[in-house]
Design a protein around this ligand. Structure first.
Ligand SMILES: O=C(O)CCC(=O)C(=O)O
Length: 225
């Protein structure tokens, strides 16, 4: 589900007022902006995998402070497809998330994914209420859910307030850009490392699963190549 914060006030309160926002402040604060949220359900008995990717290429900011805090709404064991991360990869390169025909796919090519040292992947299962945290440059994925229990993972994305998005927000919500801790920035902070430019999302965005599962690539041809 995209934009849960626009579906029910509880999601907005959780994003802005819970300890999750305090944790974001501990990591990138004191001044923190809310960017977006999603509620990723991988359904029981075959819910789709999420392929290896990094997040920031979909919503570039002037620096790499953005991070995602996931909250498991159900207990999540290893067979439910917990989030898997490659520690340290946030200090490495950013990958190209377009395919050979320059269509946005939102995931690494098979060739790039094959270079990831699988034995260094850390999976993050946990009981309901556990959180995961990943920086916007970190390589991550999750396996298909072959268990009998769904895996709802509520994902809230925050940044330091001096990280300014410079492309249209694919998951724009009524809460996007809200300062959830501290005060708004008066200067933007710029990281010199380059970032891939995503398609122009102002015409719409179908979501990570649809793009990665090839349902909706045709209309995501980038306007700049
Ligand atoms: O739902 C998942 O397992 C993956 C979440 C994810 O890829 C993301 O937050 O970018």
């Amino acid at each position: 589900m995209t934009r849960p914060v626009d579906q029910h006030p509880t999601y907005g309160e959780f994003a802005a007022q819970s300890q999750v926002a305090d944790i974001a402040a501990d990591l990138v604060g004191p001044d923190v902006t809310f960017h977006h949220s999603t509620l990723n359900f991988t359904w029981a008995r075959g819910g789709a995998e999420v392929k290896w990717h990094q997040d920031i290429q979909a919503w570039p900011h002037t620096n790499y402070s953005p991070l995602t805090i996931g909250t498991y709404l159900y207990d999540c064991g290893m067979d439910q497809g917990p989030l898997g991360v490659l520690p340290g990869s946030h200090d490495g390169e950013l990958y190209d998330l377009y395919d050979d025909e320059r269509r946005w796919v939102g995931s690494l090519s098979d060739a790039d994914a094959a270079t990831i040292p699988a034995d260094r992947t850390v999976y993050l299962p946990g009981p309901a209420g556990s959180i995961t945290i990943h920086n916007c440059r970190l390589l991550h994925h999750s396996a298909a859910n072959h268990s009998d229990i769904g895996r709802p993972l509520l994902l809230n994305v925050y940044s330091a307030a001096d990280a300014m998005p410079y492309t249209p927000d694919p998951l724009d919500s009524s809460h996007a850009g809200e300062i959830v801790r501290g005060t708004p920035a008066t200067w933007a902070r710029h990281d010199p490392r380059p970032c891939l430019i995503p398609p122009d999302w102002s015409g719409g965005y179908s979501g990570l699963f649809a793009l990665q599962q090839k349902e909706d690539r045709a209309r995501t041809v980038p306007t700049q190549q």
